[in-house]
Design a protein around this ligand. Structure first.
Ligand code: CP
Length: 320
């Protein structure tokens, strides 16, 4: 039987687009994290630039809102010496009915080398990757509920930074797993990297049983889900992606699934608390936890720059 074609890889198995953490080998994930380690030290230098993407044009196409991802991609591309163009989608011709592929064709005619794409439709970055010229690369910056691979990778970087080894960790992903592209990207990466105890935690309306097919244990009690965990990844309630009443109220949700300092004591004493942002204080997480000693939420953002530098330099360095 023929092996399933992975559109992210060239015929030598090298990464040419980053569309998902699903289907990436442990070697590729580790190579990205190791490359990011080298870039972290560049970010501490007075002159924070390397010439790896000099002469290349990176187009940031964000069809959905973003603070962290858009900004850190821009910083990362500039630190790699690329020319960066941020398309203002609300003022672009997509607002006049131009199709996504026509927009991409026109930007390609301006000699784009790499597209960073966030879109509300799952699969949009795959569609673009199918239609660009062989020398053009596509990086998924979040597509619908499907994936947010650079967030998944920066989460893996953060976990490895604080915990060193994935193969002895208990990791709890807590909250609105159903609507979370971050949760899916994290689950694929954590299982590939050998995490032996992965729990997805939340009410049954937001954490359906079928997540167990991805290699995670489904738990509907916060206390049970975070007990003795090394890493807790909290997720925002994605009200904008919910249809119908999946929850009673945000106060009720906080009472049952909000991470408070008291509840955090159920995890290991050196557990780290992560969150991809944007956070909703008092809904999924208490302010005291966000600002507490175990929170690594802001270091996640900083590591995101080095991880995005790693991803862009790796894909742009490989030929289709
Ligand atoms: N984590 C994340 O994707 O944040 P933004 O929506 O601000 O990019």
């Amino acid at each position: 039987m023929l092996a399933k074609h992975n559109p992210q890889l060239n015929r030598h198995g090298e990464l040419i687009h980053l569309l998902s953490t699903e289907g990436l080998s442990r070697d590729i994930l580790t190579h990205i994290l190791d490359t990011a380690t080298n870039f972290v030290s560049i970010n501490d230098r007075e002159v924070k630039k390397v010439p790896l993407l000099r002469g290349k044009s990176v187009f940031n196409l964000f069809f959905e809102n973003s603070t962290r991802t858009r900004t850190t991609f821009e910083i990362a591309a500039k630190r790699l010496s690329a020319d960066v163009l941020n398309l203002d989608i609300s003022r672009s011709s997509t607002a006049k009915g131009e199709t996504l592929l026509d927009t991409i064709a026109n930007l390609s005619a301006m000699a784009a080398d790499l597209f960073v794409v966030r879109h509300s439709q799952s699969g949009a970055p795959y569609l673009i990757a199918q239609h660009v010229a062989p020398h053009v690369h596509v990086v998924n910056a979040g597509d619908g509920r499907h994936g947010h691979p650079t967030q998944g990778l920066l989460d893996m970087y953060t976990i490895r930074h604080y915990k060193k080894d994935f193969t002895n960790l208990s990791v709890a992903i807590v909250g609105d797993v159903l609507h979370s592209r971050v949760a899916r990207s994290d689950i694929h990466a954590l299982t590939t990297l050998g995490c032996p105890d992965l729990r997805v935690v939340g009410p049954s309306t937001l954490v359906p049983e079928n997540f167990s097919a991805m290699g995670a244990r489904v738990v509907h009690s916060l206390d049970e889900g975070i007990r003795d965990a090394d890493v807790i990844i909290m997720l925002r309630l994605q009200n904008e992606r919910m249809s119908g009443a999946l929850l009673p109220s945000s106060q009720e949700y906080f009472k049952k699934f909000g991470l408070t300092p008291e509840r955090l004591r159920l995890a290991k004493p050196d557990a780290i608390v992560m969150h991809p942002g944007p956070i909703n204080r008092g809904v999924e997480i208490a302010s005291e936890v966000v600002d507490g000693d175990q929170s690594v939420i802001l270091p996640q953002v900083t590591f995101g720059i080095a991880v995005r530098m790693a991803v862009m330099s790796i894909v742009a360095g490989n030929e289709a």
